[in-house]
Design a protein around this ligand. Structure first.
Ligand SMILES: Nc1nc2c(ncn2[C@@H]2O[C@H](COP(=O)(O)OP(=O)(O)OP(=O)(O)O)[C@@H](O)[C@H]2O)c(=O)[nH]1
Ligand SMILES: [Mg+2]
Length: 620
């Protein structure tokens, strides 16, 4: 593993890997690295990867045309250290590529040459991936991060190469940089019972090779597949080796048909090797090298994305969360079904403060618009309400039942219903993978019930306030005549009426206005007893006025309630009341349960979108 530059897709992947590991409570998955390191130089390093004794070193030697990697021990470690066949001018770049990094050090032994055509091309022999020497696999894993091209070598003696299948997913390269070689073709001819045609032989070999490649999930285009004998690359050597295996001696006698068959195959095997050498050692322009590295980087990114997606299975997790949400919603709909909502709606529409109670609030504001009446209203409130109530024929005051009673339907309280929803949600939660379930914290059933009851109380208060506001908005202001009438009543009975009567009496008796007798008569007319009686009459009339105003307030409240559908006077269920109950159940029960699930889903979706945005097709 290597340090990636800040802001690179690899760094974004590393961050997402950490974040997802935390969300899924598991160790981060191991990702492939090295693309950025490989892009820092112009070298194209081609490594040969295979199991023990597949012929890696033999192939490298054959490609290099010289013995750069030799194992002279009969039963030894084989190649135990990477050996690079490198142009002497490129050794510094090679050293930098293999310099110690965060993830450790991998020693690479250079064997230099000065072939100008191979200035940028390095052949790298690696230890095997499946021997008893476990450190070989570690060395290969560290070295392979630093190589640009990979040649997978198959040994016909091994057949199903599991070790190769194990390491292959961690070596992601663009298909143009991947080659597959079926080596030791000469050995596959040992058991040939002759008489077979070269064409049939090749098709059998190809079929077998196909099966090997499929077994390790390594789809490679036909022109990147090769069947050859690295130890006997020249046609003559190949034919001699097979002849020996058939006759026991290199100069053994073959039938004419056998000779033709073998000659043909030997030529083809040599041609295959030449084709491989041309593919791997053809000089590359700077542009070709740049494209090769870029394509490999994209392939590595795509492989890492695939690894992350399958390791954390974001789509699966999101599907689980969707199912959980659906289960919670179903449980909520089942417990708080249409019948329940309808019943509660009707109840809410019926309860609330009575019309006469609300009318008192209206009256308090109404009376302020009149002269004199406010002074009388406060001491005469009781009588006014009694008399006005009678005049309006309004309903008696009703008590608002507790919210819990309003919410209990068919003997099944809201608390029971909420507990049932909660329990069903918990059961659904247990079906969620454990690490995800740990992120979901739900409020207790008791607090959900309290929330619902609180909403009911609030709703009732709000409904009353709405009625009150509508009534006050529609209050008529008393006109000048009406206000004048109050003053008139106040002064008519105690003052004007006695004075008028006294004046008329004087006129009848012929007493001169302005005389002493006339003055005395007026004073007597305004006597204390008369004043008290007069004010009593005024009071009676004004009290009646107050009662009428109160009765009209009651009727106003009733009319507003009828028109808006709010409160006790509304007869049938109005749609706004039902949607109120829907909103209450949704916001107080469903929302608090759904919110943590949706929040987790949002976090996963964000990561999934970020991964999608990083995919090479999007970033290209
Ligand atoms: N018959 C035959 N033998 C081969 C061929 N290629 C390699 N060998 C033999 O296979 C044996 C192993 O070859 P190496 O090239 O050392 O194999 P390797 O994969 O490098 O082995 P390790 O480094 O130990 O993993 C040697 O005895 C080679 O001579 C081939 O094409 N035909
Ligand atoms: Mg070797």
């Amino acid at each position: 593993m290597m340090t990636e530059p800040t802001g690179s897709p690899s760094e974004a992947l590393a961050r997402l890997n950490r974040e997802l590991a935390e969300l899924f409570a598991r160790p981060p998955v191991s990702l492939q690295h090295g693309a950025s390191l490989r892009s820092r130089d112009e070298l194209v390093i081609c490594a040969v990867l295979a199991g023990k004794d597949a012929g890696k070193s033999t192939l490298i030697n054959a490609l290099a045309g010289t013995e750069i990697s030799v194992d002279r021990e009969l039963v030894g470690q084989g190649t135990h250290q990477p050996i690079a066949y490198v142009h002497r001018d490129a050794t510094d770049a090679l050293r930098r590529r293999f310099a110690p990094s965060d993830a450790g050090h991998v020693a690479c032994h250079p064997v230099t040459h000065d072939v100008p055509m191979l200035r940028n091309l390095v052949l790298l022999d690696l230890p095997d991936i499946d021997s008893v020497f476990h450190e070989h696999l570690d060395t290969v894993a560290r070295a392979v991060e630093r190589v640009d091209r990979v040649v997978w070598v198959f040994d016909p003696k091994k057949g199903d190469d599991r070790a190769l299948g194990d390491i292959r997913p961690s070596v992601a390269r663009d298909p143009a940089s991947v080659f597959c070689v079926l080596n030791k073709l000469d050995l596959t001819l040992r058991d040939e019972t002759n008489g077979d045609s070269p064409a049939r032989f090749w098709s059998r070999v190809n079929e077998w090779f196909d099966r090997c490649l499929c077994a390790v999930d390594l789809p490679v285009a036909a022109h990147h597949r090769f069947a050859l004998a690295a130890r006997f690359v020249a046609a003559q050597e190949f034919a001699a080796a097979v002849t020996e295996s058939w006759t026991g001696s290199q100069s053994g006698t073959l039938t004419g048909a056998e000779q033709t068959f073998l000659r043909d195959l030997a030529r083809q095997a040599e041609a295959e090797f030449d084709r491989l050498r041309n593919c791997l050692l053809a000089p590359l322009t700077a542009e070709e090298i740049h494209r090769l590295k870029h394509d490999n980087e994209a392939a590595e990114l795509a492989a890492n994305l695939k690894t992350l997606r399958s390791h954390y299975d974001l789509d699966g997790a999101l599907h689980h969360l969707d199912t959980l949400l659906a289960d919670v919603s179903t449980a909520c709909d089942r417990e708080f079904d249409g019948d329940y909502r309808g019943t509660v709606s009707r109840r809410l529409a019926r309860v609330g403060r009575s019309d006469v109670e609300l009318a008192r609030d209206v009256m308090a504001r109404r009376v302020e618009q009149w002269p004199v009446l406010p002074v009388l209203y406060w001491p005469l409130r009781g009588v006014t309400h009694w008399l006005g109530g009678r005049l309006a024929g309004g309903g008696a005051g009703r008590n608002v039942p507790p919210a819990a009673d309003l919410l209990g339907v068919r003997g099944w309280s809201a608390a029971h219903r909420v507990e049932s929803v909660h329990a069903q949600a918990q059961t659904a939660l247990r079906r969620l993978p454990e690490p995800l379930a740990d992120h979901i914290r739900w409020p207790s059933a008791a607090s959900l019930t309290a929330g619902l009851e609180g909403r009911v109380c609030e709703r009732l208060e709000n409904a009353d306030e709405d009625v009150l506001a509508s009534c006050l908005a529609g209050l008529p202001r008393p006109g000048i005549l009406a206000r004048g009438f109050v003053w008139f009543v106040l002064i008519w009975f105690p003052l004007l009426q006695p004075l008028l009567r006294a004046g008329l009496e004087l006129l009848n008796k012929g007493v001169l206005v302005g005389s002493l007798a006339a003055g005395l008569t007026v004073v007597t007319a305004l006597g204390a007893g008369g004043l008290v009686k007069g004010f009593g009459a005024s009071l009676a009339v004004l009290l009646f006025m107050l009662a009428v105003l109160y009765a009209r307030s009651v009727r106003l409240v009733q009319r507003v309630r009828r028109e808006t559908g709010l409160g006790p006077s509304s007869g049938d269920l109005e749609p706004p009341a039902l949607s109120d109950v829907d909103a209450m159940v949704d916001e107080e029960i469903l929302r608090p349960l759904a919110e943590p699930v949706e929040s987790l889903a949002r976090q996963l979706e964000t990561r999934r979108d970020e991964l999608a945005a990083l995919s090479p097709e999007r970033t290209a």
